[in-house]
Design a protein around this ligand. Sequence first.
Ligand SMILES: CC(C)(COP(=O)(O)OP(=O)(O)OC[C@H]1O[C@@H](n2cnc3c(N)ncnc32)[C@H](O)[C@@H]1OP(=O)(O)O)[C@@H](O)C(=O)NCCC(=O)NCCS
Length: 132
Amino acid sequence: MSQNIAKYSQFVMPDHINVVGTLFGGQMIAWIDLAAAKVAHRLLKGSEADGAVTRTIQEVEFREPVYLGDWVNFTAKIISAGTTSIHIEVKAYAEGGKTDPRLACLASLVMVSVKKDENGKYTKHPHGKTIN
Ligand SMILES: CC(C)(COP(=O)(O)OP(=O)(O)OC[C@H]1O[C@@H](n2cnc3c(N)ncnc32)[C@H](O)[C@@H]1OP(=O)(O)O)[C@@H](O)C(=O)NCCC(=O)NCCS
């Protein structure tokens, strides 16, 4: 299992649909954030950090509409890592019952590794990880 890649899937239900009958963009961004959190979680295994929080979500591109009943399959990949930052690219492929998967949305995110201090506050903390 690669530490640098995570996969995640969601099924588009009626609650996820906007007024023009496609997947609500804010829902897609929430799922992208979760996909990025999954790969960050995997990277941080064995580190001193307690977790990672989202610092930026950049360059979100909605390339194709996504419809009720589609599966959305996310691939989150760590592109690089700094001292506390983890730079992640997420691609979302929509897959209808009768259609091939298509790249529907992509985004870049920066997550920051954090640790709980003695006051219970989470502050940035070096993750000590490098990306090959
Ligand atoms: C994330 C957080 C802990 C960072 O703490 P901070 O003291 O402000 O940290 P910094 O400004 O030094 O940034 C931390 C890292 O992010 C990087 N970073 C900050 N802003 C960035 C940006 N706009 N683009 C790219 N990288 C950025 C910094 O370069 C640094 O990287 P490095 O340690 O690898 O050199 C703090 O900003 C925070 O708590 N934000 C709220 C997080 C949140 O609530 N997210 C939503 C829920 S998960």
